[in-house]
Design a protein. Structure first.
Length: 100
């Protein structure tokens, strides 16, 4: 996934890309086919961490942007398998909605 992410990260501010990579952690070594699920899971972890510490203000902007970028990357990767896109979108919405 690390190479896949790098190939799609042109123009992403370095600090944001670093935060995205940190959120993905060991998943970066997984095959690119896992990107849709792993990016959503990483976004969930970022948002859950912020919510658990009531950190939703301006000081958390980079983390919130990273979560947004992770979901964007997830759906960019999911577009490679259009037949599964609707199921992946529903799963991502359900997973993220449970955090509220």
């Amino acid at each position: 996934m690390g190479e896949w992410l790098a190939s799609r990260a042109s123009g992403v501010p370095p600090h944001l890309l670093e935060r995205v990579r940190d959120a993905l952690g060991p998943a970066l070594s997984l095959p690119a086919e896992r990107a849709p699920e792993e990016c959503v899971a990483a976004a969930e972890r970022v948002v859950a961490e912020l919510l658990s510490h009531d950190r939703t203000g301006r000081d958390s902007a980079l983390a919130l942007l990273a979560a947004d970028a992770l979901v964007t990357f997830a759906f960019e990767a999911a577009a490679d398998a259009p037949a599964r896109l609707e199921a992946r979108a529903n799963a991502a919405m359900q997973a993220l909605a449970t955090l509220a």
